[in-house]
Design a protein around this ligand. Sequence first.
Ligand code: UFG
Length: 331
Amino acid sequence: MNVLVTGGAGYIGSHTVRALLERGCRVVVLDNLSRGHRGAVPDGVRLVVEDIHHVDAVRALLTEEGIDAVMHFAAHSQVGESMEKPTIYYDNNVVGSYCLLEAVRRAGVKYVVFSSTAAVYGEPEQTPITEDMPYCPTNVYGQTKLMIEQMLAQFSRAYGLRYAALRYFNAAGASRDGSIGEDHTPETHLIPLILQTAQGIRDHITIFGTDYPTEDGTCIRDYIHVVDLADAHCRVLQYLAEGGQSQAFNLGSQHGFSVRDMIRAAKAVTGRDFAVEEGPRRAGDPAALVASSEKIRRLTGWQPQYSQIETIIADAWKWHSGHPNGYDDKA
Ligand code: UFG
């Protein structure tokens, strides 16, 4: 299959490019490099530096490359930023995805696998979260992803496009050999921040809130190894190609870990001690988010292989220790 990966120079996209190549797909990456990294795209893979807003250019690329499926990762993904600057989220995520889908429609591409998020559920009434639970995003980022899912469903009904929306819980870790990994500016995610503290790049890690209604008072999240996420994308594409129904799938490990659990595990895995401070809650953080991934397991046979927290942290540690400045491509 010929697959176009938008945002293929980003964190989850770049791991998925490798998984597709391992399965014998031909891959083209489309990325405007506003947040992605040229160094995350493997040698030999065509990187087209282009913006998803440009319908004619994207349509021409899809046709020229004989693309069968689009995996769509290109998006802004920072919750805090989305609340401060909603306009760039509506423009880049919603308008950009509309333009991409229009190019997909005009070029007659059959399949789209879309990078969605658990943030579409907001603060859930119960866990584990199943796909049929109410959508109630509490931030603009989650809202934009939900709008794109709705657009996909409408394009599917009207034009016969086949799609899957994958709602990630907390993507984490790095490639098994530590050669590619997470590099955001600014970094806001828990595991990279903990590991940068273990490296001495930061002087402490702050726990955002110790008064949540959880066993140790800190937030619980479902961390899923990025290599398991990448595998899920390949399986879902195969499922669609074999006639599977268009729909959304949760992607998590089905296990929840607290912020304190993650800090404890990071100290054990790295063998380093570091300073931990307790701070106030961060606005908009739900107490606990844990996925039911029963549906994707049942329909595609997906099974996480590497999502034990020690493996996630060990792989992320390989990446961070080998690349203290990330891809080292900042101006
Ligand atoms: N946290 C800290 N200290 C920090 C950073 C984070 O205590 O310095 C805590 C947060 O409060 C949260 C947990 O660690 O409880 C995880 O935080 P992250 O920022 O790593 O991840 P989030 O759960 O906030 O968000 C992630 C993705 C979002 C996605 C969401 C869906 O980054 O894009 O999961 O569940 F929307």
